[in-house]
Design a protein around this ligand. Structure first.
Ligand code: TXA
Ligand code: MG
Length: 320
């Protein structure tokens, strides 16, 4: 069985007993367990069917505790942390011996985030270990932004889903590493490159596919529905080349007049990119549940968080 509940004490008890549960964050739901226990971390990989080469983010509730797990924090990382934490920023920092190698897939850096979701902050305060938590979806599939999404995807695989309501942001954190004093974005996310640059003075983006991706945000195919997804700048043009029946539309602002409304999702009628990010995964889950032949998705303006939305859509469209 898999239960959805709001009881933090139950969550604490399960985590202290080396169980893996789902937790809410402001970005997406996470599949969480004791990051300091390699057996528990291994269970997370198994439940997610995630390759052991793809490392996990650890979650803490206070910057003070980070010193316990890393060798040092570059000055520029401190500056970003002060500005964006708690929040949707993940920092890659040199790990010390307390972080098991399985957490980082053998890499020398550990990904750390202080989430801002009040339920999860309360939960973390009661634990004396950090939580390793990837997004609570089977590897490669759409990330969950509600407790119901998690239940649908992981039913029977975990006992408890701590319900914190729909995720306010709805898109994963931005992952930032450091090349000397230059922040390098390995996964674009809820915090835009411009916002990082404003604080750090400079920023580079390196989320292209490499032979051994160090971040799944670098994998060419990810975040994908089961239904084949096609990405376009012009829905009307693409519709001329495919059958209208069996086609779903993921539109940015406007419904498409030639497709039945029930097969369409609009990300933001007012054209607001934050709202579009918030609705993205919910809309993909909904369209995928209709079991259509194809989904046509429209690119959003490539600015601010729109960069991360387009990035997710590109990868969702790359499923083979
Ligand atoms: O918003 C988020 O970041 C959510 C919530 C639950 O915090 N978590 C999340 O985790 O998206 P996940 O595992 O689905 O994606 C984490 C990404 C992966 O692409 C992983 O490869 C990368 O972070 N990552 C983790 N540790 C890393 C490391 N040491 N070096 C490089 N990349 C790392
Ligand atoms: Mg993920």
């Amino acid at each position: 069985m898999t239960y959805i509940g709001k009881d933090i004490e139950t969550a604490v008890a399960l985590l202290e007993n080396n169980k893996v549960i789902a937790i809410p964050t402001e970005t997406v739901y996470g599949l969480a367990g004791n990051a300091l226990n390699p057996c528990v971390v291994n269970k997370i990989y198994e439940i997610k069917k995630r390759p052991l080469t793809n490392p996990l983010i650890i979650h803490l509730h206070d910057t003070i505790h980070i010193n316990k797990y890393v060798k040092n924090i570059p000055a520029i990382a401190k500056k970003l942390a002060e500005h964006f934490w708690p929040g949707a920023l993940t920092l890659l920092l040199p790990k010390n011996h307390l972080i098991p190698d399985i957490v980082t897939a053998g890499l020398p850096h550990v990904a750390i985030r202080i989430p801002s979701h009040p339920t999860t902050i309360k939960l973390l305060r009661q634990l004396d270990f950090p939580l390793a938590a990837p997004s609570a979806n089977p590897f490669g599939y759409i990330s969950p932004t509600t407790a119901e999404h998690v239940k649908k995807q992981l039913f029977g695989k975990i006992f408890y889903i701590l319900d914190g309501g729909p995720c306010t942001l709805g898109l994963e954190s931005t992952i930032v590493g450091f090349d000397n004093d230059t922040p390098v974005i390995y996964r674009v996310g809820s915090i835009s490159p411009e916002a990082i640059k404003k604080i750090a003075g400079k920023v580079e983006i390196n989320n292209k596919h490499t032979a051994r991706p160090i971040s799944s945000g670098m994998l060419p195919s990810h975040y994908a529905p089961h239904t084949p997804l096609y990405l376009t700048n012009n829905v009307d043009e693409l519709l001329k080349t495919v059958s209208r029946s069996g086609t779903g539309i993921l539109a940015f602002k406007n419904l498409c007049p030639v497709i039945v409304e029930k097969n369409q999702e609009v990300l933001s009628a007012s054209g607001n990119l934050d709202e579009a990010a918030h609705n993205l995964y919910k809309a993909l889950h909904q369209l995928d549940s209709l079991k259509l032949d194809r989904i046509i998705a429209e690119r959003v303006p490539n600015v601010g968080i729109g960069i991360a939305i387009n990035d997710r859509l590109e990868r969702a469209a790359n499923k083979k």
